[in-house]
Design a protein around this ligand. Sequence first.
Ligand code: G3P
Ligand code: CA
Length: 286
Amino acid sequence: MKPFIIRSVSVILIASMLFSIPAHPEAANAAADPMSGTDKPLIIAHRGASLFAPENTMAAFHKAVEMDADMIELDVRLTKDGIPVVIHDPKVNRTTSGRGKVSGMTYKQLRELDAGKHFRQAFAAERIPSLAEVLDTFSPGTPLLIELKDPKQSPGIEEIIAGMLKKRRLDNSAVSGIVVQSFDRSSMQKLKVLLPRLSIGLLVTRAGKLKKSELKKISQYADYINPSRKGLSTWTIRLIQSSGMQVYVWDIRSERQAVAVIKAGADGIMTKDPEFLRSLKTRLAD
Ligand code: G3P
Ligand code: CA
């Protein structure tokens, strides 16, 4: 009897906590949702459709479009001569034919490297894309989720990105479908000041640790909290959403993980395999 009472009280407490969160709060900053009208959760191709083509290459991005992803996620760093290029690691070693730091090489030197062979010989023609090339190919038609990697190691990257988006009239997310994200809070605050109509995401590893008061502060400049799936609960997702922000979760690697995150109410899911997520969504909707 006693355990049942304890369980019942716990259920009532949890339910009252969930229902005490307002469903549609005021957004705190100026950017409109670039993805309103798209069926949630969005299917976000993580580093492109990177299960099928080398990550962060034009081939992976074209594959994501072909697989009907709603959005493409990609990683950006600066070269030695200040050109934003699309690559995940600080060094080129893992994903190219070269060795050394991205920040220690010029754009010309980086373009000489092969960025596809490590994945499969058939992709040997792939190069490290510049961000300009990606924007000019995919924007504004395909929504992009652009991650600034280690912005403190690339002083001035926010001004460079802001300049590129402004020049192309892509700085209004409602029109361009572009969201910029980073783990670096001060970088994202800075970018929001430079481009008030750009949607901003803050990446976090442990979203469950964020208190409501902290979320309120973050919502002054961010439109998204994008957490790792590890330890993420329905409660945390709802708490973030009740603070006026959306939740894009990374990165989902199995059907079990995907079902859990969909049921928890995430707004977007990053995956290497957009095709699998599309068919899972269809199956769950039937
Ligand atoms: O974009 C979110 C997620 O990609 C962050 O992790 O290491 O894959 O860039 P990483
Ligand atoms: Ca990333």
